[in-house]
Design a protein around this ligand. Structure first.
Ligand code: PEP
Length: 255
């Protein structure tokens, strides 16, 4: 059975010491939650320490980015194999902050997603429209382009494992989440495209999660929408108790 997938993206917050303290406390809070896939995405520097603190728990670790080459003269970059060695199982690819501030494109997203799989990582690929694009009624075109180019060449098996995060850019870090109806509409469109381009089975297995100002008080209305398989949570995951609430309210039994 496909479980709800909840990932906390810590962005550029938390030192190694902060991360270890959080994970140690968080793992005891969530220890009995077996019906949600729980993932935390610390910074690169805290990745291995967070993995060690989460060892033998129900918490998996994700990186927030990677570089597609295995190794080489690429100062400042970190490869998929290095991330895997540090203990991560997932890696976020194409977050809108990377697209906006660091020039990430659908082409680089595609190379990174393929490199992630090649190293045994599962990518959490982010897509989503800007406010301008939504206001010009271009949302579906933008999503189609990002899906087609970003996921080009993925096998059916890889597609089945994929976590695809629909994150409307205007909802990220703004406190303005998509309404449940807006999320449902976008997710239905995405699922339909996945069916059309990758087949019914892969489309059904793949997690399509929502991201953008998710909080304890809106998570249930979002995860209960058809085709919403979980959430990517930024700001609200920094607070341990708040994130625990989000995970708890995503449980199938709670919904
Ligand atoms: C994110 O970082 O992916 C995100 C959705 O951020 P926030 O929850 O703060 O909007």
């Amino acid at each position: 059975m496909k479980l709800p997938f909840i990932c906390g993206n810590w962005k550029m917050y938390k030192t190694v010491a902060d991360a270890v303290k959080y994970v140690k406390e968080f793992r005891s809070l969530v220890k009995d939650i077996t019906d949600v896939e729980i993932v935390l995405a610390p910074t690169f520097t805290a990745l291995h320490a967070a993995f060690e603190a989460a060892r033998n728990s129900n918490i998996a670790i994700s990186a927030q980015d990677l570089y597609w080459e295995r190794e080489g003269a690429f100062t400042g970059e970190v490869s998929a194999a290095m991330i895997r060695e540090a203990g991560a199982e997932y890696v976020i690819v194409g977050h809108s902050e990377r697209r906006t501030f660091f020039g990430e494109t659908d082409t680089s997203v595609n190379r990174k997603a393929l490199a992630a799989y090649a190293a045994g990582l599962t990518p959490i690929v982010c897509i989503g429209e800007t406010l301008d694009q939504r206001e010009r009624s271009e949302t579906f075109d933008v999503l189609d382009r990002q899906i087609k180019a970003g996921l080009d060449g993925l096998t059916t098996e890889q597609m089945g494992l994929l976590v695809l995060a629909y994150e409307p850019v205007w909802a990220i870090g703004t406190g303005r989440n998509a309404t449940p109806a807006q999320a449902a509409e976008a997710h239905a469109h995405i699922r339909q495209r996945l069916r059309q381009w990758f087949g019914a089975e892969a489309a059904a297995q793949c997690h399509v999660i929502y991201g953008g100002s998710v909080k304890p008080d809106n998570i249930r209305d979002l995860v209960t929408q058809p085709d919403v398989d979980g959430a990517l949570v930024g700001g609200a995951s920094l607070d341990l108790r708040g994130f625990f609430e989000i995970v708890s309210r995503s449980r199938p039994a709670a919904v």
